[in-house]
Design a protein around this ligand. Structure first.
Ligand SMILES: [Zn+2]
Length: 304
């Protein structure tokens, strides 16, 4: 073998893998240096991602625990999901019973800070599917006034985790609360011109919202879970109720079978629109815009 050939073989067998190896090493270092100093925060579902991101911005690294498209009410983590939580500095939960599985986290991460965003929020009781047991209603995020309290709890958690940036978190929380105040005012203004107060949501997600804005929520399915469907006699009763309330819009939502709302709407010669509980929304969709879309649809239902 001449020396040129040897050099070529060396280049292929040693130099190229070495180059690839050093590239791989530098990628590893990059990943590590990104996580150093950036606080690793996990949140359980979509609204908490938006709220936490709004307060922590680029000082934190936020991921959602419940996978996209999965409805949070009956989600349970696998052992692998729990394992992924072992490096988190802080986990932000909705609370009010939505994440009853959270106690399992102590098996892999006993020192993690858990921020329960329902702290200091007076919770409504929810009759659990007609059984003789009551649970708390978790849907606090759909009331912008209560969302401000969730923001406050997140701000407190971040300041405890990273006191050096307290002013930064406080300022960001204040800015987001200004947006939530504007949303609250817009909901009051827009709905004040509507004569109807009754609406038919898909599942029981809007009790706090209704209480805040003086509305009456009726639901197609009884419990908290949007993936259930009403029985035929229940559907008949709901249709009669919708007729007697003079409703023209029947709501559906992302995780529900839209056929159910369509059957009722056909009977009353109304139409189906979305009233989103913001439970399975893409993390990059803005919370305020999504709530404004709900308001626009609700306004059509209550003013028509
Ligand atoms: Zn729900």
């Amino acid at each position: 073998m001449n020396s040129d050939k040897k050099a070529a073989i060396l280049a292929i067998s040693v130099v190229i893998p070495l180059t690839a190896f050093s590239l791989w090493l530098s990628e590893q270092n990059k990943t590590e240096s990104m996580s150093v100093g950036g606080h690793k925060i996990l949140v359980t579902f979509y609204p908490l991602y938006q709220f936490t991101k709004a307060v922590g911005k680029d000082k934190i690294d936020v991921s959602i625990i419940i996978p996209p498209g999965i409805e949070p009410h009956d989600w349970e983590p696998t052992i692998q999901d729990i394992e992924k939580m072992k490096d988190a500095d802080m986990i932000v939960i909705n609370g009010a019973g939505l994440e009853s599985w959270i106690t399992k986290i102590t098996s892999v991460n006993p020192n993690v800070m858990i921020v329960d965003t329902s702290n200091d929020i007076p919770l409504l009781e929810k009759d659990s599917n007609g059984l003789d047991k009551t649970t708390k209603d978790p849907h606090i995020w759909l009331d912008p006034v209560l969302a401000k309290k969730q923001i406050q709890n997140i701000e407190n958690g971040l300041i405890k985790l990273d006191p050096q940036n307290a002013n930064y978190y406080q300022q960001n929380a204040n800015n987001y609360n200004t947006k939530l105040d504007a949303l609250d005012n817009k909901i009051k203004m827009d709905l004040s011109v509507c004569s109807k107060k009754d609406f038919l949501a898909f599942h029981d997600a809007f009790s706090y919202f209704s209480k805040e804005y003086g509305l009456h929520q009726h639901t197609i399915v009884g419990g908290l879970d949007p993936e259930t469907e009403p029985t035929a006699p229940a559907l008949q009763q709901i249709t009669e109720d919708a007729q007697s309330l003079g409703l023209n819009v029947i709501f559906t939502e992302e995780a529900a079978n839209p056929r159910v709302s369509q059957v009722i709407a056909d009977e009353i010669h109304g139409k189906v629109m979305v009233l989103s509980p913001l439970e399975v929304t893409d993390k990059n969709i803005d919370y305020i815009s999504k709530m404004e879309q709900n308001l626009s649809n609700l306004k059509e239902a209550l003013c028509s």
